[in-house]
Design a protein. Structure first.
Length: 144
């Protein structure tokens, strides 16, 4: 360093370190966001399985109802017993086939469907498919 200030090379090295550090932070934040998205999808899947199990063990009807920003688990048409709120970047499209899935005292639902969760910041989509014959759930992740 000369006594009058920093040289151009020293300034360029500092800018390079800042750029490398910020890229690591961005990659780390995307990874954290992706882990949160996958955890949310797994939580919704566990909610579907819980509604199925409750219907099977009690013999009553349980519904999984999807809106644009939440998934509700409710007994019959009563108030929801559990609500899964979506994150700020996650939405559920209005035209999904699994808008309402009902379990009524047996393992398999009378009508299956697919619930889609779209993460706009990551440009990823998750589909949770509930099969009619067996009631099994399958999760598919894909890029938009």
């Amino acid at each position: 360093m000369n006594p009058k200030g920093f040289s151009l090379l020293e300034l360029m090295v500092v800018v390079l370190f800042i750029a490398i550090g910020s890229s690591f932070i961005k990659v780390g934040m995307n990874y954290v966001e992706e882990v949160r998205f996958k955890a949310l999808v797994k939580e919704v899947e566990r909610g579907i399985k819980s509604a199925q199990h409750m219907a099977n063990s009690t013999g009553r009807e349980y519904n999984v109802l999807c809106t644009e920003k939440a998934v509700y688990i409710r007994p019959g048409y009563k108030a929801a017993i559990y609500k899964f709120n979506m994150d700020k970047h996650v939405t559920i499209p209005r035209d999904i086939t699994g808008k309402q899935i009902s379990f009524s005292g047996r393992m398999a639902p009378a009508k299956g469907g697919t619930i889609e969760l779209v993460h706009t910041a990551l440009s990823k989509k998750a589909r949770i498919t509930v099969r009619v014959g067996t009631g099994k759930t399958t999760i598919y992740f894909e890029d938009l």
